[in-house]
Design a protein. Structure first.
Length: 442
C-alpha cells in the first residue's frame, strides 16, 4: 500500500487498522490480511457490487447483537421481560376506532394529502398547552411533531454531531441513543451512576473535552429507573449554561409515575435556551402510532424541520388527527390514570417476588415510575451467561452491557414489568430463579 500510493509506512499501517476497525478486513498474525467475506468480490460480474457502493459503516455496539440473541433463542411460551413496551392488551383500540369512524366523514379527500413538516397544527397546539401545564413555556411553532422520539434523537444528533465530537451520556443509558451517537462517529463520555449526580466528573469532562451535547433521561431512567432530584436538575442547568452545553432531554416516562409526580423537567428550568426536550406517545399509549414531539429554541427547531423534511416530509396526518382527538376529548388522562395503577401493581409484584426468591442473588432498587427494574447480580456469573440459561427455561431480559458504550463483562440486567400481568411476572421471576440456580451450582 505504501509503495503503491507513495505514503509513509505508518500511514499505510494506520489505514489497515482503520479498515479493520470498520470490519472491512481482518488481520491474522503471521498469515496476512484478508478482506472480510461479506465485502469480498463474490458477486458475479453481471451483478452490482453493493458492498463497494455502500459507504463505510461504523461498527454497531453490543446492543444489536443482544437483540439478535434474544430473537434467535426464544421459544413460544417464553416470558419476555426484555422489550420496554406497554401492555398491548390495554391499547385503547376501540376508542381509536370510534374516533376514526366519527372523524373521517368530516374530512375532505385533500386532508389525506401532505401537511407541513412541523406537524398537524391543532396537535401542536394541544401539546403546547400540555407542556405549559408542566411548566414549559413555549410557542406552538417551537414544537415539532416527530415520528417517535427515536427520530428526534437521530435528527438532533445529525444536526449537532460531527465525527470525533464528544457526547456525554449517563452510563448506563438507552441503547438506541448510544447506537445513534456512535453511528455518527461521536466519542462517548460516560457519567457513572452513583448515589448522587456526578457533578465533579461532568465538570471535568466539560473543561477537558468541551463537548457540545449531553444526552439525559432525568425521570424514571431507562434502564435504571432513577430520577434526578430538583436540586440536581437546577445545578445541572447552571453548569450547562456556564459551559454552553446543549442538553438533549429524553422524557418518555415522566407521566408514568407510581408515587409522587417527578420534578420539573430540565426544559421547564432552562434559563439559557440550551435544552432540547423530547417526549413520545409510545410508552403512555401505543408505539405503533409513531408519534413523539420536540420543543427547543427556534434556531434549533428550524434546522430540525429541514432535516426531517429530508427523512420523511412529515409524520402521518392520520395518526396525528386521531391522537389530537384522543387527547382533547379527555381519553389520554383517563388512560394514564388506569395504566399507572396497572403498572404500579406489576412493579410491586415484581419487586416483592424478586425480594422473596432472589434476594441473596440479585440486588435492585424499586423504581418510582417507568417500566424497568435494574438488577445487579451478587454472584460471580455475568448477565449474558444468565441470559443463556434463562432462555433455556423460557424467560428473557436485557443484559446490562447493552446499555453501555463499551461492552464489558457485565453483571447487571434490566427487567421490564410493563408487558405482563402479575401472575406471568411471578412465573417469569421464578424461571429466572431457576436459571440463577443452575449457574450458582458451578
Ligand atoms: N428514548 C427512550 C429512553 C426510550 O426508552 C425509547 C423507547 N424504547 C425511545 C427513546 C424511542 O421511542 P419511540 O421512538 O418509540 O418514541
Amino acid at each position: 500500500l505504501a509503495l503503491l500510493f507513495k505514503v509513509s509506512r505508518t500511514t499505510a499501517i494506520n489505514a489497515y487498522r482503520h479498515l479493520e476497525k470498520l470490519s472491512y478486513i481482518h488481520i491474522r498474525k503471521g498469515s496476512g490480511t484478508y478482506v472480510r467475506d461479506k465485502y469480498a468480490l463474490q458477486v458475479k460480474s453481471t451483478e452490482i457490487p453493493w458492498p463497494q457502493l455502500l459507504k463505510p459503516y461504523i461498527q454497531p455496539s453490543m446492543a444489536t447483537l443482544m437483540s439478535e440473541l434474544l430473537v434467535n433463542n426464544v421459544g413460544d411460551d417464553k416470558i419476555s421481560l426484555d422489550a420496554g413496551m406497554p401492555d398491548p392488551n390495554y391499547y385503547p383500540i376501540n376508542v381509536f376506532n370510534k374516533l376514526q369512524v366519527d372523524f373521517f366523514p368530516k374530512l375532505n379527500p385533500r386532508d389525506f394529502g401532505h401537511i407541513p413538516v412541523h406537524g398537524y397544527q391543532p396537535l401542536r397546539h394541544t401539546i403546547t398547552e400540555m407542556l405549559g401545564s408542566e411548566g414549559v413555556k413555549c410557542h406552538c411553532d417551537d414544537v415539532i411533531i416527530l415520528s417517535g422520539s427515536q427520530q428526534g434523537l437521530y435528527l438532533s444528533a445529525r444536526v449537532l454531531i460531527e465525527p470525533g465530537d464528544y457526547v456525554i451520556i449517563q452510563a448506563p443509558t438507552y441503547l438506541g441513543a448510544i447506537q445513534v451517537f456512535q453511528s455518527l462517529g461521536a466519542r462517548i463520555l460516560s457519567l457513572p451512576e452513583g448515589n448522587s449526580f456526578p457533578f465533579e466528573i461532568l465538570e471535568d469532562y466539560l473543561t477537558r473535552y468541551r463537548p457540545k451535547l449531553m444526552y439525559c433521561i432525568p425521570s424514571f431512567h431507562n434502564p435504571n429507573g432513577n430520577t434526578i432530584t430538583i436540586e440536581d436538575r437546577k445545578r445541572l442547568i447552571q453548569l450547562a449554561a456556564r459551559y454552553r452545553l446543549a442538553i438533549l432531554e429524553d422524557d418518555p416516562y415522566s407521566k408514568l409515575y407510581y408515587e409522587d409526580i417527578p420534578p420539573l423537567s430540565l426544559k421547564a428550568l432552562d434559563t439559557y435556551g440550551g435544552v432540547i426536550y423530547m417526549s413520545t406517545f409510545s410508552k403512555i399509549l401505543m408505539p405503533g402510532l409513531r408519534l413523539g414531539y420536540m420543543v427547543a429554541q427556534p434556531a434549533f427547531i428550524n434546522r430540525i424541520i429541514l432535516e426531517k423534511q429530508y427523512v420523511d416530509l412529515h409524520s402521518s396526518n392520520i395518526s396525528q388527527w386521531l391522537l389530537n382527538l384522543f387527547i382533547t376529548e379527555g381519553y389520554l388522562e383517563k388512560h394514564l390514570k388506569k395504566m399507572r395503577t396497572i403498572y404500579k401493581n406489576r412493579r410491586n409484584a415484581m419487586a416483592e417476588y424478586l425480594s422473596y426468591s432472589l434476594k441473596a442473588k440479585l440486588s435492585f432498587q424499586v423504581p418510582k415510575g417507568g417500566f424497568y427494574m435494574w438488577c445487579k447480580i451478587n454472584e460471580r456469573f455475568s448477565s449474558t451467561k444468565l441470559l443463556q440459561e434463562a432462555l433455556k427455561v423460557g424467560v428473557s431480559f436485557i443484559p446490562g452491557e447493552g446499555f453501555y458504550s463499551t461492552s464489558e463483562n457485565n453483571q447487571e440486567l434490566r427487567l421490564c414489568f410493563s408487558q405482563h400481568n402479575q401472575k406471568t411476572i411471578i412465573e417469569g421471576i421464578s424461571r429466572l430463579e431457576k436459571a440463577t440456580g443452575r449457574l450458582s451450582k458451578f
